[in-house]
Design a protein around this ligand. Sequence first.
Ligand code: IMP
Ligand code: MG
Length: 185
Amino acid sequence: MQDYNEFLEETLIPEKILQERIAELGKEISKDYNGKNIHLICILRGGVLFLADLMRQLTVPHTIDFMAISSYGLGARKTTGKVRITLDLKEDIHERDVLLVEDIVDSGYTIASVLELLTTRHPKSLRVCTLLDKVERREIEVPIHYRGFKIPDKFVFGYGLDIDEYYRNLPFIGAIKPELYNPED
Ligand code: IMP
Ligand code: MG
């Protein structure tokens, strides 16, 4: 496997900044959900590192569950707006305070479809927490209640996000060299 430095154009968000912001988010969420139990839903696989760090910053009781989806689009960032569940939640979310934990919102289609789907299961509340937001690329409006960082329109990797399934372990968010990134892949 190639060294990640071969792909790295620049470090967009260093580890320390990332962790400080996650601590802030944890505080904010804990304050907003004071007296409640949060049911955190993580969309696999990109959101796992964020979930693990975020939940350690929460001071309110919470449970976790996972779901995986695949978009009907082509490649990493081509989405058609429709998603298919490849792994469904273990638990019922009826009457629960659900917080979706996502790595990144790009066009918005993924979150929009997941929200539409989860709404049909009648949670008590349903909110979205995303670490990264590529605001400029939004094609469909989605409610984002908690956001770590707005980022420019660049393909990013590290901290859960992959390049062909690798480098998810990196503790920072890096931008890939544009010449090495082919969105049609
Ligand atoms: P959306 O449906 O266009 O909002 O796309 C969201 C999904 O696309 C994310 O959950 C990621 O899996 C993927 N994605 C979008 N941008 C990036 C990126 O820069 N790096 C890695 N994955 C990305
Ligand atoms: Mg993802």
